[in-house]
Design a protein around this ligand. Structure first.
Ligand code: ADP
Length: 328
């Protein structure tokens, strides 16, 4: 795409919400204003573009939001944006307002939409990774992961107290439909005996064997952390099988669910969001179009959007070995 003078930018949050999205919106708006750009907030993800729900923003519009979870711009999944007619409408609305650059804060689905849009129309896009799942290639951090994983750790610590008091086997399900990062990190940090993630095959025989051995050694307290998207199934499915195979085990299930998406963003998420928001606007201004702004080895790192949506971050299998050793 040809380099052009960016004068008016739109910012939106799209797809799954993540704590820290507000901090990113704030950074985009204030950086834009600082450099003399007009900044517009696009409501409810791509829906706002299609339905012309777009509001002018200034520095005051983003006052007192850095510490708030959720997103003041709201987020959504937009069916209309999947169709060429929907995207044409979105383009017409942006064009009418003179918006000539977009910052999209969201996950890989949102970036797929951005990539499609920028390949069809002359409006450059920049993506900021906002997802609690962390599974995006080209960045060590995604906005929201640190907060979500700390929420999970807090909750599991509390479960451990009651579990310990009763010699129970607890199965805790954390979020992660396609990615096991929340399960892996929260499981390691809470000393889970077993961690089940979609990225590695769950060997149920092996799991039952390890629980039986632990029972023999009178290690009666067992914590299993399972990602909701584990291919064996979530916590309920697993509990059913364990009850059949080990009827004497006092098994309980806890599904953490949406509490992992809420709450005040951690310091790290606020910092990462502030950094990425700033560099997102800078990228548009200097003509570095259609990239995802990431951070690798504590430095800003840019990945072309088409590459960012194709590649997935993988989990190193040495982690699973460490889990086994530390839980013995
Ligand atoms: P996330 O960004 O959290 O991964 P989704 O996968 O739901 O969330 O994607 C968010 C939105 O991005 C979708 O609801 C849709 O509006 C848009 N989108 C995703 N993929 C495409 C696509 N291939 N073409 C056009 N728009 C898309």
């Amino acid at each position: 795409m040809e380099k052009k003078q960016i004068t008016k930018i739109g910012v939106l949050t799209s797809g799954g919400d993540a704590p820290g999205m507000n901090a990113a919106v704030r950074a985009v708006v204030r950086t834009g204003v600082h450099y003399g750009l007009e900044v517009f907030g696009i409501m409810r993800g791509y829906n706002g573009m299609v339905e012309n729900d777009i509001v002018p923003m200034n520095s005051r519009s983003v006052a007192n939001i850095i510490q708030r979870g959720g997103t003041i711009l709201k987020t959504a999944r937009s069916k209309d944006f999947f169709s060429p007619e929907g995207r044409q409408k979105a383009y017409d609305n942006l064009k009418a307002l003179g918006i000539n650059g977009l910052v999209i804060i969201g996950g890989d689905g949102s970036f797929r939409g951005a990539q499609k849009f920028s390949s069809e129309f002359d409006i450059p896009c920049v993506g900021i990774p906002g997802t609690i799942d962390k599974d995006m290639a080209g960045t060590d951090y995604t906005i929201g992961f640190d907060t979500a994983v700390n929420t999970a750790v807090d909750a599991i610590d509390k479960i451990r107290d009651t579990m310990d008091a009763h010699d129970r086997l607890f199965i805790v399900e954390v979020m992660g439909r396609d990615a096991g990062y929340i399960a892996l990190h929260s499981g390691i940090a809470t000393g889970a005996e077993n961690i089940l993630i979609p990225e590695s095959k769950t060997d149920i025989e092996d799991l039952i064997k390890s629980l039986t051995e632990k029972e023999k050694r009178k290690k009666l307290v067992n914590l299993i952390v399972v990602a909701e998207g584990d291919e064996f199934g979530g916590a309920n499915e697993l509990a059913k099988v364990i009850k059949e195979r080990l009827p004497s085990a006092d098994t309980r299930v806890c599904i953490l669910g949406h509490i992992q998406r809420g709450g005040s963003p951690s310091c790290q998420d606020r910092l990462v969001a502030s950094h990425m928001g700033y560099y997102g606007v800078e990228s548009l201004m200097i003509g570095r179009y259609n990239v995802m702004v990431g951070m690798m080895n504590n430095k800003i790192h840019y990945t072309p959007l088409d590459k960012a949506v194709k590649e997935r971050k993988t989990i190193g299998h040495e982690w699973m070995k460490i889990v086994k050793i530390l839980a013995s």
